[in-house]
Design a protein around this ligand. Structure first.
Ligand code: CAO
Length: 428
């Protein structure tokens, strides 16, 4: 047990505690911001001078400090990472790449910030401690206080969820307009000391998993989504695929179902342009896209990545197959560029190679729909006056209900089914 202390602040300085960023029972890292103090001149984030679990907070908002005072008791973690290890574990470039899977707009911002990190925090703060409470610089905190905004309610758009001035301004604007603020007022999950129930150990999330977690949370909070289930009789498509596999075998080429689904989906996106749109920044119109790029979720050892195959509507299934194979391989090797994960019209998530009946994929904004593909199975299907064995492919279409109505989604799904059942539809 030891104590966390306020750093020396120079003679005649006094600062008031305006925010406590940690809680009793919380496990914190060395250098993690714990308190926010406000002096006459500036706002200061106080970094923890030890890592470990906070057993007792000794202060309350409004207390005044001149430096050197103890403010918490902490059970020091014996395995606490050294500051140099913390810094070494951060791979901002990789995170920037992953965040590219969520929004093209965010990518631009994230990559810009990686190139030139913001430096507004007066105390040293490790770059990977965004999870612990609010992550914002003094100027942003001051602005929030002036505008009466609780920073916990603001979703940060900066690197690792850092709250920017614009986020505070947009929050106020949305409130004034009576708009919906993502995550506003949503209570956070309580942090529990699981060691009280049995032995536990920590496992760090890598940058890809952290970025995916953030993107999925944003998606789920912002997009009212519905999933439409369907199934396509792909008996004929499967026979064609097997035949193609035999014909191309001498060249070492093999076709999986996914390129066929992508081609049919691209055709559908031309037929139903609303699915190839995004909501504009003012939430009062749609940006219609004249290109058809399709993202494909790839399961990699480090986590989910979504490379984008461009102009799928203009490419042959052979080309799409080759590009998908190349991009999936790059993804698994962690060598995809930022550009290769940007700009999808819509995404496909195929779990057909693994199994399962159906699932509800999460729309990845600013896209407005995503297609889930599950494992095809032989099933008895009633035809005329008898059951016949047919290969049925389960499809799960999740869509943003702000943009797409249920009837439109059902029509989209049925049109896709018809295309997969009879590829000649793609010629029309
Ligand atoms: N029904 C039945 N069999 C299927 C199928 C389906 N819908 N989809 C694929 N298969 C078969 C393939 O034909 C292949 O079998 P053969 O070797 O006998 O031909 C086998 O399953 C392996 O397929 P695969 O999934 O490895 O390859 P793919 O080209 O079908 O898919 C890719 C490529 C990149 C989509 C896939 O490798 C992948 O990463 N899938 C996971 C995506 C994911 O994680 N989604 C969840 C995102 S949300 O967390």
């Amino acid at each position: 047990m030891t104590q966390l202390t306020i750093p020396e602040m120079g003679s005649n300085s006094e600062a008031e505690l305006i925010e406590i960023l940690v809680a009793e029972g919380e496990t914190i890292k060395f250098d993690q911001s714990t308190l926010v103090l406000e002096s006459e001149k500036s706002t200061i984030e106080v970094p923890a001078n030890h890592a470990g679990t906070i057993s007792k907070l000794l202060v309350k908002v409004g207390d005044k400090f001149s430096g050197g005072e103890a403010y918490a008791e902490i059970d020091v973690a014996s395995e606490a990472a050294e500051p140099s290890e913390i810094a070494a574990s951060v791979e901002p470039a990789e995170e920037a790449i992953v965040q590219a899977t969520s929004t093209a707009e965010a990518n631009v911002e994230v990559s810009a910030q990686v190139a030139e990190p913001e430096r507004t925090i007066t105390a040293p703060v490790p770059a990977d401690r965004a999870e612990s409470g609010v992550y914002a610089g003094p100027a942003v905190r001051l602005l929030a206080r002036e505008l009466g905004v609780t920073l916990n309610e603001v979703t940060g758009s900066g690197l690792k969820g850092r709250i920017q001035k614009e986020d505070v301004q947009n929050f106020v604007k949305q409130r004034m307009q009576g708009g919906v603020s993502s995550g506003a007022g949503i209570p956070t999950v309580v942090s529990i000391d699981f060691s009280q129930f049995g032995p536990v150990h920590q496992q760090a999330l890598n940058n890809i998993k952290r970025a995916t977690a953030k993107a999925m949370t944003i998606a789920n909070l912002n997009v009212p989504q519905v999933t439409q289930f369907d199934e396509a009789d792909i008996t004929a498509l499967e026979a064609f695929r097997q035949q193609q596999n035999q014909e191309w075998a001498s060249q070492g080429m093999k076709f999986s179902l996914v390129p066929f689904v992508m081609k049919a989906l691209a055709h559908n996106l031309r037929q139903f342009p609303t699915f190839n749109s995004s909501i504009n920044a003012q939430n009062d119109g749609l940006i219609m896209k004249d290109y058809v790029h399709i993202g494909v979720a790839v399961d990699t050892p480090k986590g989910l990545l979504v490379p984008v195959i461009r102009d799928v509507d203009k490419k042959s299934i052979t080309q799409i197959r080759q590009e998908l194979q190349d991009k999936a391989e790059l993804a698994r090797q962690g060598r995809l560029s930022l550009e290769e994960m940007q700009g999808a019209s819509m995404s496909v998530s195929s779990l057909g190679g693994i199994g399962g009946l159906a699932f509800t994929p999460i729309v990845n904004p600013p896209e407005v729909a995503i297609l889930g593909v599950s494992k095809a199975k032989m099933q008895p299907v009633w035809q005329d006056s008898e059951f016949v064995a047919r290969l049925m492919l389960p499809l799960s279409l999740s869509y943003d209900h702000r943009v797409i109505d249920g009837a439109e989604a059902a029509r989209f799904s049925q049109a896709l089914v018809r295309k997969l059942q009879d590829l000649r539809q793609l010629l029309m």
